[in-house]
Design a protein around this ligand. Structure first.
Ligand code: HEC
Length: 183
C-alpha cells in the first residue's frame, strides 16, 4: 500500500467525520427549539387538567375537622355569645324558645338532625341523618351549603376554626346537661 492511498483514505474519513458532526449540530439546532417550545405547552395542558381540582371549595365538606375538642376546651363564654350574634336573627337559644327563620337551638348538640317537631326543615336537612356531633356542627358552620346540599340556612359559613369553636361552645352550653367534650 502506498502512502498516497492511506492519505486519501484518512482524508475521506476526516471528511466523513466532519459531515457527521455538521449534520449532528444542524440536527440539534433544528430540534432543540421545538422541544423547548413543547415543554411549556405540555406544562400548560397539565395545568389545565389540574385546574378543576384546585377549584374545590376552601373547606370541603368531608375535610378532616380541626381538633374540635381541644378548641372547645379553650372555649370562652364571652367569645361564644359574641359569635352567636351572627345566629340570633334566625335562631332562639333559650329552652322552649320559638322557632324563627331557623329552628330553636336549645340542646342541639347530640340532637337528631331536623328534630324540632314544628319546624319546616328542607328535605336536604331531613335526609342528612345522624345527630349533631361537634364535628358535624363544625363542618356545617364552615360551609352550610356544602355540608347539607340544598339547606335553607342561607349563610356563607365561617373559615375561622376558633370562631366556629366559639359558636359550638355556645351551642354546647344550651343544655341542662352539656355533652362531654369527647363526643
Ligand atoms: C339567615 C337565617 C339563619 C342564620 C343567620 C343562621 N341560621 Fe341556622 N338555620 C337556619 C335555617 C332556615 C335552618 C334550617 C335549615 C334546613 O332546614 O335546611 C337552620 C338550621 C340550623 C341548624 C340545624 C338545626 C336542626 O335542628 O337540625 C343548626 C345547628 C344551625 N342552624 C346553627 C346555626 C348557627 C350556629 C348560626 C350562627 C352562626 C346560624 N345557624 C345562623 C337559618 C339561619
Amino acid at each position: 500500500m502506498d502512502s498516497g492511498f492511506i492519505k486519501s483514505i484518512l482524508i475521506s474519513l476526516a471528511i466523513a467525520l466532519g459531515v457527521v458532526i455538521v449534520v449532528n449540530v444542524i440536527g440539534e439546532l433544528s430540534v432543540r427549539p421545538r422541544t423547548e417550545l413543547a415543554a411549556p405547552e405540555r406544562k400548560q395542558t397539565e395545568k389545565a387538567a389540574e385546574a378543576p381540582k384546585t377549584e374545590a371549595p376552601a373547606v370541603p365538606a368531608e375535610a378532616p375537622a380541626q381538633d374540635i375538642a381541644s378548641l372547645l376546651a379553650a372555649y370562652s363564654p364571652d367569645a361564644g355569645s359574641t359569635a352567636f350574634r351572627k345566629c340570633k336573627s334566625c335562631h332562639s337559644s333559650e329552652k322552649g324558645g320559638a322557632n324563627r327563620v331557623g329552628p330553636n337551638l336549645w340542646d342541639v348538640v347530640g340532637r337528631e338532625k331536623a328534630a324540632v317537631p314544628d319546624f319546616k326543615y328542607s328535605d336536604a336537612m331531613k335526609l342528612k341523618g345522624g345527630t349533631w356531633t361537634y364535628r358535624d356542627l363544625d363542618l356545617f358552620l364552615a360551609n352550610p351549603r356544602t355540608f347539607v346540599r340544598g339547606t335553607k340556612m342561607s349563610l356563607k359559613g365561617f373559615s375561622d376554626p376558633v370562631l366556629r369553636a366559639s359558636m359550638i361552645g355556645f351551642l354546647r352550653a344550651l343544655s341542662d346537661n352539656p355533652k362531654p367534650l369527647t363526643e
